[in-house]
Structure formats: C-alpha cells, structure tokens
Design a binder for this molecule. Structure first.
Ligand code: CMP
Length: 143
C-alpha cells in the first residue's frame, strides 16, 4: 500500500496544530503508520532538503526546521502521496486554497506549517531517512 512522509514543522507544533492536522488525515481515511516528535540537527535537515541546496532560501529553511521540535509521520492509503499534497495545499500559502492546511493556517512560504513528500519515490527516500527503524503494522487478522 502507498505511503507518504508528512512532517509538521516547528511553527505548526508551536502553534498547537498537531491534533488538527492528524485529524484531517485520519478523517480522510488514511492510516497512521509512524509518528514521532523530535528535534533534528542541521546535518539531518540539510539531508532531508538536499535537493534544494542550491536555492537562495536553503540556509533559512534549514534554520527554520532545526528551530524547534517537528512531528514526523508516515501515512498510508490509496493515493496518499497525491491526496496528501491536496490536503496540505500549495507550497506558497498565498496560493493554497481555503480548506487546505496551508490555506487555512499559513500566510508565509517560509513558515508553511507542514511538509509532504511530492512523489512516491521521494516518499520512499524520506521514510527511510526519518524512520530507519521501520513503521508500525497491524496483525494480518485485523488488517
Ligand atoms: P516544503 O513542502 O517543506 O518543501 C520545500 C520547502 O522550502 C517548502 O515547503 C518551503 O518551506 C520552503 N520554500 C520553498 N520556496 C521558498 C521560498 N521562496 N522562500 C522560503 N522558503 C521556501
């Protein structure tokens, strides 16, 4: 079954949006497979955002991600990568539709509350980076 990596960024945690965000994914019908609150260091944040290392906002982005705890999650379900991105909304909150997480809770691209993998392959990589210990599963009799 398809999985995606979702991270609630330090601004989302600090603003008390964790329950709201988890609720949106649960109510849509996706299954929570991994969840942890943690601080990441600069090297880890740089690895997560390695594809953006040439961007002018890269150092500010890394500084933001290490500024406080983040909630790292793995969600599973049919089409969860693309649908998860729809639930999250456009990267720039100025363009994200009302009803999406960023559309409802963010105004600044540099403080956009949440990250979601942009493709199945990046989800696989990001889950491997953030959850090297693996994720949870149901016994076959309950799934
Ligand atoms: P995210 O979905 O985590 O993917 C890359 C992140 O880079 C993005 O959300 C934003 O937090 C950040 N980002 C993208 N474009 C800009 C920008 N122009 N200025 C600042 N941050 C940006």
């Amino acid at each position: 079954m398809e999985q995606t990596f979702i991270m609630i960024k330090p601004d989302g945690v600090q603003r008390g949006l964790v329950g709201e965000i988890i609720g949106r994914f649960e109510k849509k019908g996706f299954s929570l497979k991994g969840l942890k609150l943690l601080n990441v260091d600069q090297a880890f944040a740089e690895k997560h955002y390695a594809d953006l290392s040439s961007k002018p906002f890269f150092s500010g982005l890394v500084e933001y991600i290490v500024s406080g705890p983040v909630v790292a999650m793995v969600w599973e379900g049919k089409g969860v990568v693309a649908t998860g991105r729809k639930i999250i909304g456009a990267t720039n909150p100025a363009e994200s539709a009302p009803g999406t997480i960023r559309g409802d809770f963010a105004i600044d691209i540099g403080r956009n509350v949440i990250h979601g993998s942009d493709a199945v392959e990046s989800a696989r990589k990001e889950i491997g980076l953030w959850f090297p210990e693996g994720v949870a599963s149901w016994s076959s009799s309950l799934s």
